[in-house]
Ligand binder design. Structure first.
Ligand SMILES: Nc1nc2c(ncn2[C@@H]2O[C@H](COP(=O)(O)OP(=O)(O)OP(=O)(O)O)[C@@H](O)[C@H]2O)c(=O)[nH]1
Length: 447
């Protein structure tokens, strides 16, 4: 049902003709500039644009137009399709979820309906996200934009665990931007406009990623009215009142709905201020220059706000984790009767909170073991253990060894275990003291 994530052939990007002419006219300076530029380009990670939007808003057509627009600028993008249920994709994809996951088989195997199968397919895909990131990263010096199409059922992507994994994984490696595609003609009524804005708002606050509102299909209806509603509260109120007058008692513009929309419009003022809105037509290609300018400004926002916010969150998480470890360890030491300050007994008495402590002890031990999950490190540790006389975690004492040799082996192994505890506990905790306490506890209770 699932296969390895693969990548399709990418056309190498060529140097534009005018750049070639410049390089030829002034070889020295231009060569240096070109080198510097290439060096900067290598360091700068290309933005990832994730297209989300309600079903039928025009995501796929927008992707198709953006793809051909970037090709015409001689900047072919890296294209990913994450819609497992789409019959055909009208553009070439470098990575297509359908190549590794068979949506129909997912439906049959798990006896699921269409939406459940999309979520399950995305879950299966999310388990391979590291491979996807690896492939994109490997190619990242050869393209300037990575564009991603998502399933039409927006909730399957945005509100599923796999959708979060995919967006967060990309956001941790690349400047990632959400393009929220809106069907402009269908959002002309104040109530549908408000529903769309609320949805966009919830996605923005959930992902905390920079977002561009793309008013699509402007060949059918201009998006000026929507931009005015976003900046002029009174204009929106007037439109809402007009809508109420025109509608009958049961329509969407009446009663509770109207008053809810009215209050919501007040709340959304701050949300509008954080957004860039562009109008474009995926049919005619109008507005794509503005869209790319908005992408550039959102990349700056990503670097200024998102990266810092992410660092802050990671730092806080690390602090909390460290504190939790310290508390758990202190509790474990007190359970084991090793907490001298508290005058704990050194016997094997059962502590009243031993049920809680037992689980926490497992926590601490798993923390200790998981703090070095790097394969190379584990490999090195096994080698070090073997050198210290351990075999599969047990001190390997040979029959023919005399008492002195065996004692030396035990002492070397104990030193190694103390070292490991020191490493696992890291800074901030007096790890040598803890290791020594544990070792003396083991010594005392051995016989
Ligand atoms: N007039 C006009 N129609 C458009 C435009 N973009 C898309 N459409 C039409 O809108 C319909 C839906 O477009 P899609 O690109 O399939 O929309 P989607 O959001 O990918 O659809 P799902 O993935 O099924 O949710 C199609 O009939 C498109 O031809 C546009 O800029 N102008």
């Amino acid at each position: 049902m699932t296969e390895e994530i693969g990548e399709k052939k990418v056309e190498p990007s060529k140097i534009p003709e005018e750049s070639k002419a410049n390089i030829e006219s002034n070889p020295d300076t231009n060569a240096k500039q070109a080198n510097d530029q290439q060096e900067n380009e290598k360091q700068r990670k290309p933005p990832v644009i994730i297209c989300v939007g309600m079903a039928g808003s025009g995501k796929t057509t927008f992707m198709q137009r953006l793809n051909s627009y970037l090709h015409s600028k001689k900047e072919p993008p890296y294209v990913i399709n994450l819609d497992p249920a789409v019959m055909s994709v009208p553009f070439g994809c470098n990575i297509d979820i359908r190549d590794s996951i068979n949506y129909k088989k997912v439906m049959e195997t798990y006896n699921l309906g269409p939406n459940g199968a999309i979520v399950t397919s995305l879950n299966l895909f999310a388990t391979k996200i590291d491979q996807v990131l690896g492939l994109v990263d490997k190619r990242s010096s050869s393209f300037k934009h990575c564009i991603i199409d998502t399933p039409g059922q927006i909730e399957c992507f945005v509100w599923s665990a796999s959708g979060t994994i995919v967006t967060e994984s990309f956001a941790s490696e690349f400047p990632t931007i959400l393009a929220y595609i809106i069907d402009t003609p269908r959002t002309a009524s104040p109530t549908t406009f408000m529903s769309n804005m609320l949805y966009a708002c919830s996605i923005l606050y959930k992902t905390k990623l920079p977002m561009i509102l793309v008013f699509n299909k402007t060949d059918v209806k201009s998006a000026d009215f929507a931009k005015k509603w976003m900046t002029d509260f009174e204009a929106f109120q007037a439109a809402l009142e007009r809508n109420i007058e025109l509608s009958d008692e049961t329509s969407e513009g009446s009663g509770y709905m109207a008053s809810l929309v009215n209050s919501m419009s007040l709340v959304l003022e701050e949300f509008y201020s954080t957004l860039d809105a562009v109008s474009c037509s995926a049919y005619t290609g109008e507005g794509f220059d503005d869209f790319l300018k908005a992408v550039d400004s959102k990349v700056d926002e990503y670097n200024d706000v998102y990266v810092k916010e992410r660092e802050r969150i990671l730092k806080n998480r690390k602090k909390r984790e460290q504190k939790r470890k310290e508390q758990n360890l202190a509790r474990m030491m007190s359970d084991m009767g090793l907490d001298d300050k508290k005058g704990g007994s050194k016997s094997n008495e059962v502590n009243p909170d031993s049920e809680v402590s037992r689980t926490e002890r497992v926590d601490v031990l798993s923390d200790l073991s998981s703090s070095s999950d790097d394969d190379d490190e584990i490999e090195a540790q096994i080698k070090e253990d073997e050198a210290n006389g351990y075999e599969n975690g047990i001190i390997n004492l040979e029959d023919e060894e005399d008492e002195k040799q065996q004692e030396d082996k035990i002492s070397a192994a104990k030193n190694a275990i103390q070292e490991r505890y020191k490493k696992a506990m890291g800074k901030g905790v007096d790890s040598s003291k803890i290791a020594e306490d544990i070792a003396s506890y083991i010594r005392e209770n051995r016989g």
